[in-house]
Design a protein around this ligand. Structure first.
Ligand code: ZN
Ligand code: ZN
Length: 263
């Protein structure tokens, strides 16, 4: 009898121990683990998974695809609780570059939710520009040639573009385009406008205009989808020129667009 009881009591003790171990972790551990799994999902390119861990409002303001831009190369070790902000916990991670990446995590609901990520905030700061460049450079010219705005989506949120209520402007539902990009019937002028804006951002960080648009794009470090074509829509063999008088010139139409100067 005792022989049969012993293993049973050992089993009981083991199961009690297991139950203790399986108890919900302390808040701090939970928060650090949530932060680590979010960064791990990013590092493993599981962008949908990382996106699903974000708060609803962050999910609406950024697409899973764009999260790839702030993915660490490998999971970041050494999560550290660095403070609290209301019901949210600040968790700091040391990055490969030696800086700190801070996440804001809440654990009060069903599961942990990421309410903030310092790298994401930096990306969001540039987000409006990405949408403007893409809308002016790619979407507006395509829409002018008969494409539907709904066939294109904002590079930031992944949500489709649309027309303004009067139909004359291209709008982004996230408001990145303000009142909208005017859909000029002149595709060449619209494209020159976009290139002039890009040349303006180049001049904001360089002293003079580059030799051509290829060099300009290198100097701007643009993603491929942000690059506006630099041939005239009316004749793809005609290349625009960056002229010393600070204009983008179309030899086909013999028209020039001034490059806006940064204030
Ligand atoms: Zn947008
Ligand atoms: Zn032209």
């Amino acid at each position: 009898m005792i022989r049969r009881l012993l293993p049973a009591s050992v089993l009981l003790a083991a199961s009690v121990l297991l139950a203790l171990l399986a108890r919900p972790h302390s808040r701090g551990v939970q928060v650090r683990q949530a932060g680590s799994s979010y960064l791990q999902a990013l590092a493993e390119d599981s962008l949908q998974l990382a996106h699903a861990m974000l708060s609803d409002s962050l999910q609406r303001s950024i697409s899973p695809r764009l999260l790839g831009e702030i993915a660490p190369e490998k999971p970041l070790p050494g999560a550290r609780l660095s403070g609290r902000e209301g019901g949210r916990y600040l968790v700091g991670f040391r990055t490969a570059g030696g800086t700190t990446r801070t996440l804001r995590v809440a654990v009060d609901g069903e599961g942990p939710v990421i309410h903030g990520d310092s790298r994401l905030e930096g990306l969001m700061g540039r987000a409006g520009d990405m949408c403007v460049r893409y809308a002016r450079g790619t979407v507006a010219p395509a829409v002018l040639q008969g494409a539907s705005p709904e066939d294109f989506s904002c590079p930031v949120t992944g949500v489709a573009y649309g027309f303004s209520s009067d139909g004359g402007r291209l709008v982004c539902p996230a408001g990145h385009l303000g009142g909208g990009v005017v859909l000029s019937t002149d595709a060449c002028s619209a494209r020159r406008d976009s290139l002039a804006v890009l040349a303006g951002s180049y001049l904001a960080v360089h002293d003079s205009l580059p030799a051509g648009f290829g060099a300009m794009y290198q100097g701007l470090e643009l993603s491929p989808w942000e690059r506006v074509g630099y041939t005239c829509p009316a004749d793809a063999t005609v290349h625009y020129l960056l002229r010393p008088d600070s204009t983008v010139y179309c030899p086909f139409h013999d028209r020039a667009t001034p490059i806006p100067v940064a204030p």
